[in-house]
Design a binder for this molecule. Structure first.
Ligand code: 13P
Ligand code: SF4
Length: 348
């Protein structure tokens, strides 16, 4: 059989399983999934929207999460006891999430507390992190945030205590601080490979925001030169980027926001306008085909190989083994605290 025929046969099988399962089964798809996966999903969204969905959908016994592991893990933390969360490929990880090692995070946290005192810092963790880091934040009265609610989460955190320790995305943290008018010299970088993160005690005392040195390889590929070239070639275009891009790329763009924000931005743009997008290529490609009345261009081709691990074959395998394979579980001791941090975000 040709590849196309194989895909067609798989799609038919998936549709049959979905029809047979009714509302016992829900397939959640992140915006960066391939088109054929999105087409088979029940709900698509950004990491915040999908976590809300997982927290409120009480009917589905089986939640199939087509995204990366930290997203499925967050769904598993928020799901009810009768629900099972599965991911088509257990190896669909996230490089940025891997940059915040639990041991190094705890060591850094204790070092900062020893310098500024206990209860002076609110931990905030980006959704792109593993459950252990979320639990660390929950245990220390912090919260999770996503790219769609980071400014709100920063304001909340600074209302609790005088400092924020933000993990693990330096750029989302700095872009959010800039957006809120926090002076650049009050945001310091914490490099876990250096003593005291590469800072002096007085830098740490003075800082309002401490930024863990983590980043997304997919979004930091966009450069200021890409923006300059596009501005030159398309002077009337609007440029919109994801907040995981570097600060200089964000400052040179017209708008910045989460994947859902980008989808809305494009849908609200006037007919015949040109929009250049700095985020993962599968979302950009879908917007190109979905909005034939607008010219949509990628700032550059940048694919997330982790998101791309989910495909028709492993989705079918997951559905044929519903409740049996690739079940995402979280240790109860970790869940108990991680859920506090996630609920603090949902209540923002
Ligand atoms: P969103 O929060 O916009 O869904 O983004 C998640 C992500 O992993 C971006 O790289
Ligand atoms: Fe992680 Fe970047 Fe992929 Fe998002 S795009 S899942 S941050 S590696």
């Amino acid at each position: 059989m040709e590849n196309k025929e194989i895909d067609k046969a798989i799609i038919e099988k998936i549709i049959r399983i979905k029809q047979k399962s009714g509302n016992k089964l829900v397939i959640l798809t992140h915006h960066y999934q391939r088109k054929e996966i999105i087409d088979l999903g029940d709900h698509k969204g950004d990491s915040f929207g999908l976590s809300q969905r997982a927290a409120t959908d009480k009917n589905a016994k089986y939640i199939i999460f087509c995204g990366v592991h930290f997203m499925a893990e967050s769904a598993a933390i928020l799901a009810k006891a009768h629900q099972t969360v599965q991911i088509p490929d257990m190896d669909a990880g996230c490089w940025m999430a891997d940059m915040a090692d639990a041991f190094l995070v705890e060591r850094a946290w204790n070092e900062v507390a020893a310098i500024v005192g206990e209860n002076r810092t609110t931990p905030l963790v980006y959704m792109n992190s593993d459950a252990y880091i979320k639990a660390h934040c929950g245990k220390n009265n912090g919260a999770v945030c996503t790219s769609s609610n980071a400014p709100k989460a920063f304001e909340w955190a600074l209302g609790q205590r005088e400092k924020i320790f933000f993990f693990p995305d330096e750029h989302l943290g700095r872009n959010t601080g800039n957006h809120l008018g926090i002076p650049e010299d009050e945001m310091i970088l914490w490099d876990p490979e250096k003593p005291l993160g590469g800072n002096s005690e007085s830098d740490i005392k003075k800082a309002k925001v401490l930024l863990w040195k983590g980043y997304c390889l997919v979004h930091t590929r966009f450069t200021i030169n890409d923006i300059k070239t596009m501005r030159k070639n398309f002077p009337d275009a609007k440029i919109v980027v994801h907040p995981e891009c570097t600060g200089e790329v964000v400052k040179a763009s017209d708008a910045v926001g989460s994947t859902s924000f980008i989808v809305k931005y494009v849908s609200n743009a006037p007919k015949n306008s040109t929009i250049i997008i700095g985020t993962e290529i599968n979302l950009v490609k879908r917007l190109v085909t979905g909005c034939p009345d607008k010219r949509i261009l990628p700032l550059k081709d940048s694919l997330c190989p982790n998101m791309y691990k989910i495909n028709l074959k492993n989705l079918l395998a997951c559905l044929e083994n519903i409740g049996k394979i690739n079940i995402v579980t979280v240790d109860e001791k970790i869940k108990k605290y991680a859920v506090i941090a996630l609920e603090n975000m949902l209540n923002l």
